[in-house]
Design a protein around this ligand. Sequence first.
Ligand code: MD3
Ligand code: FE
Length: 215
Amino acid sequence: MTQDLFDDEAASGPLPLAPGAVVLRRFARPYDGALLDAVREVIAQAPLRHMVTPGGLRMSVAMANCGDLGWVSDRTGYRYDRLDPESGKPWPRLPDVFRRLAAEAASRAGFEGFVPDACLVNRYEPGTRLSMHQDRDERDFSQPIVSVSLGLSAVFLFGGPKRSDMARRVPLDHGDVVVWGGPARLHYHGVLPLKEGAHPFWDGCRINLTFRKAG
Ligand code: MD3
Ligand code: FE
């Protein structure tokens, strides 16, 4: 029985978490050295910062962006912007390893030709959480989102199309990549408070990269 499941996966590719949500366990591990260098380069030019929600609350996740467009939040709302509001300059360019990893993961999940124009870098320290939300600031919801988890593990909450839908708890570990497309694209999701821990990738933190075609 177990062997049949493995054979199935070998034959048909990765199994979906839900329709449209494909988990690629450890897919990013072979790239993690290059990813570390690239993240450091990006945040040297666009430092991680705690943005403010339209309601005036400081987000506990620290964020930065690279690519043509970056996701920003302030008292006026959420939007994608070509410029980093902290520096007034364009966001750093998307590192080649980011572009390659995102396209390979999307292709593995059945989205050929994914060309992201935005990458949001999220840093979680112990205690940091992300409350349940939908990602709906992008122009075309038929485009997937590719997420890459690095460093400390987190418990991801994967809900449904309504805020009140029950959420599943999905552990995401170093190197796990998830492609969110199709019917899962507008599902509510969040992250439980990060637990204290140690991981060689990044001292005491979780880093999450989300690749989008925003414009
Ligand atoms: C499911 N980030 O940046 S990545 C976000 O771990 C965000 O930093 C989380 O939610 C993090 O908006 C989760 C996984 C993820 C990203 C986008 C999704 C899951 C998603 C869009 C639709 C459904
Ligand atoms: Fe999100």
